[in-house]
Ligand binder design. Structure first.
Ligand SMILES: [Zn+2]
Ligand SMILES: [Zn+2]
Length: 269
């Protein structure tokens, strides 16, 4: 009697332990992007094909902001610099991204943003850490800071998606992570699509360092999910530099393939 009871217990324990494997045998999971059946268990529910499609093909990029440039791009002397950076539009020192904001990468970022998919945040952080190491001095930093959400938005969502990337990134780089250093003092306008002018206007002066934050003479690595116009990274960089940061570099998972020039007056804020 006793032995059959313990056999039952160990069978139940075995079943509990193997339940993940059983579930994946009987109900194979599909890739959350292309819905193809996943062939191996992974904490990131995205297939290998989709993951490997994220990285942007090697092409000519602006040395300052990382904007992909066509063959026809004008150069500034010997260096490859986009029109915005020739006009010194951005307050950040350099910006780099992992992939182009297009196709499967758009879906992946939406999963991160709306489903709080933390393993995907860690997966992106690994790729961004490789970029930081590969760029050497260009992205060298003393502290990692996520682009903040306005507190109403963060309360509503329950988390800041940039933090899902910046925290594991800081850990990988062995740098302090300061999620409270910067704050968004003005919310994003309640409008789905913003024009280029509205985008720049909506972030102008919308960020500030928290009183008492120690940023003096620090090189800041600013992290976000997407760089669209560069206006947000620019506004954050201005707030950090005003508070005494030595330099600010931007690092995002994705960036828009085209980066239209900002309105003429936004370069001199
Ligand atoms: Zn897939
Ligand atoms: Zn540029």
């Amino acid at each position: 009697m006793q032995s059959s009871k313990s056999a039952g217990r160990s069978a139940r324990a075995w079943l509990a332990g193997a339940s993940d494997a059983l579930v994946s045998v009987f109900f194979p999971a599909g890739c959350r992007i292309c819905e193809q059946i996943l062939m191996r268990a992974s904490r990131v529910p995205i297939c290998e094909q989709c993951l490997s499609s994220f990285e942007a093909p090697a092409e000519r990029k602006c040395e300052v902001c990382g904007q992909p440039l066509g063959r026809w791009a004008l150069t500034d002397g010997d260096s490859l610099v986009c029109r915005a950076c020739q006009q010194k539009v951005y307050a950040f020192h350099r910006a780099r991204s992992y992939g182009i904001y297009d196709g499967p990468l758009v879906k992946a970022i939406l999963l991160l943003k709306w489903e709080r998919m933390e393993p995907l945040g860690r997966w992106f952080a690994e790729r961004l850490a490789d970029i930081v190491r590969g760029e050497g001095e260009i992205l060298a930093a003393d502290v990692v800071v996520p682009v903040p959400l306005h507190h109403d938005r963060e309360r509503q969502r329950g988390f800041n998606q940039a933090g899902l990337i910046s925290r594991p990134l800081a850990r990988r780089l062995g740098l302090p992570h300061k999620s409270m250093l910067l704050m968004r003092t003005r919310p994003r306008p309640n409008k789905q699509v913003l024009s280029l002018e509205e985008r720049w206007e909506s972030v102008r002066g919308a960020f500030a360092t928290r009183p008492g934050s120690q940023v003096d003479n620090k090189r800041v690595l600013l992290v976000d999910d997407v760089m669209t116009t560069g206006a947000t990274l620019d506004a954050c960089a201005r707030a950090l530099l005003e508070s005494g940061a030595k330099s600010v570099s931007g690092l995002t998972v994705a960036r828009a393939a085209r980066n239209p020039l900002p309105p003429p007056d936004s370069g001199n804020l």
